[in-house]
Design a binder for this molecule. Structure first.
Ligand code: C2O
Ligand code: CU
Ligand code: CU
Length: 559
């Protein structure tokens, strides 16, 4: 009996009685932002006390509203017993401010990034990013939304009254153990919640309402739509507004992705309908479909997957009641939105090829997964990108499951998916893209502007947090090869090409001793050069310095 009950709880989540009003996180609109990371408890289910983590509370965190051009100063105070980091997902900030796995905040310590908001109006978010601990800290509750506003958006007459006609919806599934505690790295994510509320119900006014949607789940892909199949307008994706609204009845959203949606409720007062994930319509080989993988033996390795009732079945996210309109409601949807020019393929300086494979047997769904044959290593720089490079990244997925690929620092434009140009809803700014299983290919293009560091890298990774924690991640430096270094006296030598793959020509006027060091100052090679010398610096990509006996120094970039 006890066993049966425990099993039921595992399979179907805790029993909940009735519905709970949708939590709307408070908004911070100051440019001085304080986030205190803390532990606490949450009652997701009546009578069940769950240990959770949050920012400025015991679960999730406030919505931070920023304006383009603001200079923000954020204090992240870590009151957890764990060390962690906080990453501003989607924002174009310097590597030191990005909050990746190298920027650790120790318990009882605080971190104070300060930056100018350069981003376009869009829906961003923040979450921990400590290597191998991201899923733990996110699943236990730390995540919050960032809304950036800009003047172009302000001219569009869009709903922008937070909590009145504009609603943040953080969609998540979580798994609980028999004691009501949150599971980490689980495929038993049987509980559905919006803004941390299970069985959520809310009122929306009978006018155009705006939903700022984030899929904050660790692994699950959702197929969004409404129970009565009413249509909605997608107006924005990860990093900005689209050029025009796209009218749809379904929108697929993968972990880490955001959607900016308008729903016209002007003639809907009194209606009751539900926001759903139509998971029965998900194609196989996405986490959340009835089969998470494709190919022979692909499903065998996620043993808990088939017992999770959310997989391949439609489920409710939010129950909606339409009530009277507010004063001065917005009643129309603009026909055009942002103006921008996607980066053209012909502008690319380089194409990088990334291939995803299973570390174990082919077809193994359980991971770990590799990128170009490697697992994440904190001490390896995978790419060095010269400042202002325009790059095509070509991603090929040789594994049996789709991976939502994310890159820091930039918003990209999708060039093609399996050789086909992207549909209108994927023609805007994105920082996460689903790379389909079974040899699926995605190419995107991005330009790496403004921010550089010779030592602190940016990340790229799968946004399924289990995969990321298991090493499906890499890192890159953006560096300025032309940054001027110390010149004590006119150097009598030259070294080229720069950047290079490591094959270098040194041209010295008079005999010189040249020391090549890495970014940490470690000596890599000493060259006694006279005349023209060719060397091959067999070293990993990164930033190096070459210095002569007089202290004249130049930066060398290896890609
Ligand atoms: Cu949302 Cu590198 O993460
Ligand atoms: Cu990110
Ligand atoms: Cu993945």
């Amino acid at each position: 009996m006890k066993f049966t009950l425990a099993l039921l709880v595992l399979l179907f989540g805790f029993f909940s009685i009735g519905q709970n009003p949708l939590n709307i996180p408070t908004a911070i609109t100051n440019t001085a932002i304080n986030l205190t990371l803390q532990e606490g408890t949450t009652q997701f289910y009546n009578g069940v006390t769950t240990n959770t983590m949050g920012a400025n509370g015991s679960l999730l965190g406030p919505t931070v509203i920023m304006n383009q051009g603001d200079n923000v100063s954020i204090t992240v105070d870590n009151q957890l017993t764990d060390s962690t980091t906080i990453h501003w997902h989607g924002l174009h900030v310097s590597p030191e401010n990005d909050g990746g796995p190298h920027t650790v905040i120790q318990p009882n310590d605080s971190w104070n990034p300060q930056f100018e908001v350069l981003d376009k109006a869009g829906t961003y978010w923040y979450h921990p990013h400590l290597h191998m601990q991201t899923d733990k800290h996110v699943s236990k509750g730390i995540a919050g939304m960032i809304l950036v506003r800009d003047s172009e958006e302000a001219g569009l007459n869009l709903p922008m009254d937070y909590g009145v006609d504009e609603f943040p919806l953080v969609l998540q599934t979580k798994g609980f153990d028999a004691n009501g505690q949150i599971l980490v790295h689980t495929d038993l994510d049987t509980s559905v919640m919006v803004n941390g509320t299970v069985d959520a119900v809310t009122d929306f006014p009978a006018q155009v309402v705006r939903l700022r949607v984030l899929n904050g789940s660790s692994q699950r892909v959702m197929e969004l739509g409404f129970s009565d199949n009413r249509s909605f307008s997608l107006i924005g994706t990860d990093g900005g507004l689209l050029s025009a609204p796209v009218n749809m009845t379904r929108y697929r959203i993968a972990p880490g992705q955001r959607a900016d949606i308008l729903v016209d409720l002007t003639t809907s007062q009194g209606d009751n309908f539900q926001l759903m994930s139509f998971a029965s319509e998900l194609p196989n080989a996405l986490y959340g479909a009835s089969q998470p993988g494709m190919g022979p033996g692909a499903t065998g390795s996620l043993p808990d997957y088939t017992s999770n009732p959310l997989n391949g079945n439609d489920y409710q996210l939010l129950d909606i009641n339409v009530t009277a309109a507010t004063a001065n409601p917005i009643q129309t949807i603009p026909s055009s939105l942002a103006s921008f020019t996607p980066i053209q393929e012909a502008d690319a300086d380089v194409t990088r090829t990334l291939t995803f494979t299973s570390a174990g047997q082919m077809g193994d769904l359980s991971g770990p997964f590799l990128i170009n044959g490697s697992s994440f290593d904190m001490n390896t720089i995978n790419y060095t990108i010269p400042l202002n490079n325009t790059e095509i990244w070509s991603l090929t997925n040789q594994t049996p499951i789709g991976h939502p690929f994310h890159i820091h620092d930039v918003q990209f434009f999708i060039l093609d998916i399996n050789g086909n140009p992207p549909p209108p809803e994927l023609q805007g700014y994105n920082d996460v893209v689903m790379v389909p299983a079974g040899m699926g290919n995605v190419r995107f293009i991005a330009k790496f502007t403004e921010h550089t560091s010779d030592t602190v890298p940016y990340m790229y990774h799968c946004h399924m947090l289990t995969h990321e924690d298991d090493g499906m991640m890499g890192q890159f430096l953006v560096t300025d090869p032309n940054a001027s270094l110390e010149t004590i006296e006119g150097p009598t030598w030259n070294i080229y090409p720069n950047p290079s793959s490591g094959s270098l020509t040194i041209d010295v006027e008079k005999k010189s001793t040249l020391n090549i060091t890495d970014a940490s100052g470690k000596l890599i090679r000493t060259v006694e050069a006279e005349g023209v010398v060719n060397i091959d610096l067999n070293a990993q990509p990164g930033v190096y310095f070459i210095t002569d006996e007089n202290g004249n120094s130049r930066k060398l970039v290896l890609y």
